[in-house]
Design a protein around this ligand. Structure first.
Ligand SMILES: [Zn+2]
Length: 248
């Protein structure tokens, strides 16, 4: 069930059965010469919808823009500052908590969002307690990173070894190829790829990772691999969501 394709009466009826909601969150950022700018949002949205179907959960609107400041030297990247993303998450959760939702499961497609999401959860709990809305004490937020699922990690190792890298990875590119086969890109990739550098500002990032990849070889990606990753992530995050939903 998708929130934006539901009516308020349907949401009201859903809340009689469940107080859980899944929120996909991604990023709009460069993913190397062959990866789509929307990769992280595309993966999070597709997997979140799969989990929603498997668990009968409502899925909220995808948060397409995340915290990607270090990618902003590459054209097309859009980033929120961490402080903006905290406010956005707090506003989303506050509105939904007022309606009666208490369990917020963020399915995340971007490693750079994790620290800010956790900070946002703390800000949100404090804010809801100050507001004294009836459900405040019961509101819980959790982040499920599809790319960190044990089964996904294992398959990526088997298929790509250390060519998986950590950004513009063949596994995430494969998922976008499965979801949008019409947007598969071809481009020459140099054998040399930046790897192992710490992340500081955007100009520094571009100097150390000139084509945007971080240790990865996305030429190994195929739509068939993408389907495998998709299915593994949906399975693992579905159990993660149900466990979260049923825990006190
Ligand atoms: Zn990514």
């Amino acid at each position: 069930m998708l929130l934006h394709l539901s009516t308020w009466q349907e949401v009201e009826a859903y809340l009689q059965q469940s107080q859980g909601i899944i929120l996909p969150i991604g990023s709009t950022e460069q993913h190397g010469p062959t990866g789509l700018i929307g990769t992280d949002a595309i993966c999070a949205e597709a997997i979140a919808r799969g989990v929603g179907e498997a668990t009968q959960a409502i899925v909220g609107p995808t948060i397409n823009v995340g915290m990607a400041l270090h990618h902003t030297a590459f054209p097309g990247t859009i980033s929120l500052r961490p402080s903006t993303l905290i406010l956005l998450v707090k506003d989303y959760v506050t509105c939904l908590a007022k309606a009666g939702f208490t369990k917020f499961f963020f399915i995340n497609g971007h490693g750079g969002n994790i620290a800010t999401l956790k900070a946002a959860f703390s800000e949100t709990y404090a804010h809801l307690e100050d507001l004294q809305i009836p459900n405040a004490q019961r509101v819980q937020c959790q982040v499920g990173n599809w790319f960190m699922c044990g089964s996904v990690y294992k398959l990526a190792k088997e298929l790509y070894g250390d060519q998986e890298g950590s950004h513009a990875t063949p596994s995430e590119v494969a998922v976008t190829q499965y979801v949008y086969p019409e947007a598969i890109k071809q481009a020459p990739l140099s054998k040399e790829v930046g790897t192992g550098h710490r992340i500081y500002g955007a100009a520094d990032f571009q100097k150390k990772y000139p084509d945007g990849r971080m240790g990865s070889n996305p030429a190994l990606a195929t739509p068939e691999h993408g389907q495998q990753f998709y299915e593994l992530a949906v399975k693992e995050l579905s159990s993660g969501y149900l466990e979260f939903l049923n825990a006190h």
